[in-house]
Design a protein around this ligand. Structure first.
Ligand code: 5GP
Ligand code: ZN
Length: 115
């Protein structure tokens, strides 16, 4: 737990969030400023600042985050319409919270390439 990290504090329950899932390793909750009708963030409890901090030992955790996002997409009714999974890595790619997270976005049409 990193005290000054907002997502560590959400994972610990110190800051409220609309959680949709949690287990020993993963927490998922609705984004505060949703960019789509469904916008859920899936995070590991363990603090990793960016994807670049992940090592080979974290491969299972990264896979578990993605699998959990897919399960939540199903639960939230995105199975037919589809969804987008995004991780921004570093500020240049749009990362603003430095605790890794997957964005699960759905419920509207998405364009490509992303902005
Ligand atoms: P990033 O910009 O790092 O890819 O994504 C960070 C996301 O976290 C943003 O979509 C932002 O709206 C969301 N966010 C930032 N602070 C909070 C918070 O305190 N609670 C929740 N639920 N979401 C947050
Ligand atoms: Zn953190």
């Amino acid at each position: 737990m990193t005290q000054d990290c907002i997502f560590c504090r959400i994972a610990a329950g110190d800051i409220p969030a609309r959680k949709v899932y949690e287990d020993d390793a993963i927490v998922a909750f609705h984004d505060l400023e949703p960019q789509a009708p469904v916008h859920v963030l899936i995070i590991p409890r363990r603090h990793l600042s960016t994807l670049l901090e992940a090592s080979a030992d974290d491969a299972k955790l990264l896979g578990a985050l993605q699998f959990r996002a897919i399960e939540i997409a199903r639960e939230l009714g995105l199975e037919s319409s589809g969804f987008r999974l995004v991780t921004n890595c570093l500020a240049g790619a749009g990362q603003s919270v430095f605790h890794i997270h997957l964005h699960l976005l759905g419920g509207r049409k998405f364009s490509w390439p992303p902005g």
